[in-house]
Design a protein around this ligand. Structure first.
Ligand SMILES: NC(=O)c1ccc[n+]([C@@H]2O[C@H](COP(=O)([O-])OP(=O)(O)OC[C@H]3O[C@@H](n4cnc5c(N)ncnc54)[C@H](OP(=O)(O)O)[C@@H]3O)[C@@H](O)[C@H]2O)c1
Length: 326
């Protein structure tokens, strides 16, 4: 830690390319009522933070990004009793961000204790955003039923690698992934998919009860065509950066299809207790070995490199940033 009141954080001083990210000294945040502060060990690196940095999401500058962390409880605010200082935790910091720092504050509802679990802090930092999202998207939004078929895009990526496995844990039948590049097929297959196809062959994939799209653009339209009657398309990202695709409401009416949206930040703000329960479910699944995460670690000072790699679309699994790694 830098001094008694200051800490090191990576900030977004202005919107722009990855090079705008800066290592700064900023004030250590204090927890308010119902909140905890966490001494951060690792911070997950996510597409969401790239969007903050580009200014796609309007945030007040300078801004400390970082929607998920692992670490140890540092202090608790009024009304928080069970999360005592020193306990190892994973946490969503997605409502106010701030995880690319030595200390972050978040709601006690959005914390998963790790004591007694067989889970490294590096892996634990990779779970709060993507693994929690995977369970919520399939269970709460798509309302998946046992035996139903699922199609997931970008299946080798951070959230894609969790969706296939979560579908399995929730009792799905056929689980198919798509990838943008032949080279990712093998990686995606290791994340529990029955089949993995290159996305330009989507038309041959058959019909699905649930399709999860975080790629957007032409993939979104093609995903709607892959829905079986009573099928549900969940829209949860636009990694391709394509222009928005309109949903043809009359087509939904005539074909018995549903399109839903999911955003973990808005969900966590509106339903923090439910988001926390989903986080703890993901943490337990990972600790038991039924949810596998492929993690690569970079030091926090190389956050810009992590962003460039995420933007290149070539990464598989998850990048985490070591802040005060044990
Ligand atoms: N709604 C939510 O709450 C929520 C939660 C988590 C993630 N997400 C979204 O899900 C998406 C993936 O997130 P992630 O953390 O899994 O990221 P990631 O691991 O970096 O995966 C992104 C993947 O998108 C595909 N992609 C297609 N076009 C791309 C382009 N032009 N640039 C970069 N990637 C491109 C690539 O896979 P292929 O090579 O297979 O095409 C890439 O690996 C993002 O849009 C993110 O915002 C949303």
């Amino acid at each position: 830690m830098s001094s008694s009141e200051q800490m090191t954080a990576v900030t977004i001083p202005e919107f722009g390319e990855a090079g705008v990210l800066r290592t700064d000294e900023v004030a250590i945040p204090e927890p308010g009522p119902g909140q905890v502060s966490i001494d951060v060990a690792y911070a997950g690196a996510n597409f969401a933070e790239v969007l903050y940095r580009r200014g796609v999401v309007d945030v007040p500058l300078p801004f400390v990004p970082g929607i998920e962390v692992s670490g140890r409880i540092r202090a608790v605010g009024e009304g928080v009793e069970d999360l005592t200082p020193g306990r190892p935790v994973a946490a969503l910091t997605i409502v106010d961000s701030g995880g690319y720092a030595e200390v972050v504050v978040t709601s006690a509802d959005l914390v998963a204790p790790l004591d007694g679990l067989d889970l490294g802090l590096d892996v634990a930092a990779a779970l709060p955003s993507n693994s929690t999202t995977a369970f919520l998207v399939l269970d709460r939004v798509a309302r998946i039923e046992p035996g139903q078929s699922v199609l997931v895009h970008a299946a080798a990526g951070g959230v894609g690698s969790q969706l296939g496995q979560a579908a399995r844990l929730l009792g799905a039948g056929r689980v198919v992934g798509t990838v943008g590049d032949q080279a990712k097929i093998e990686t995606a297959r290791n994340f529990g998919y029955d089949e993995v196809i290159v996305r330009d062959r989507l038309a041959e994939a058959g019909e699905f009860d649930v399709v999860v799209d975080m790629v957007g653009g032409p993939t979104r339209r093609a995903s709607l065509d892959r829905l079986a009657p009573m099928g549900r398309l969940v829209v949860m990202g636009n990694a391709s950066g394509a222009q928005d695709v309109g949903v043809p409401a009359n087509e939904l009416w005539f074909t018995n299809k549903t399109v839903s949206g999911f955003n973990l930040a808005a969900f966590s703000a509106a339903f923090p207790e439910e988001a926390g329960r989903a986080l703890r479910r993901a943490v337990e699944a990972a600790a038991k070995g039924s949810l596998r995460v492929q993690v690569e670690t970079l030091p926090l000072a190389r956050a810009a490199e992590a962003h460039r790699r995420i933007e290149s679309g070539t990464t598989t699994g998850k990048l985490v940033l070591g802040v005060a790694a044990p």
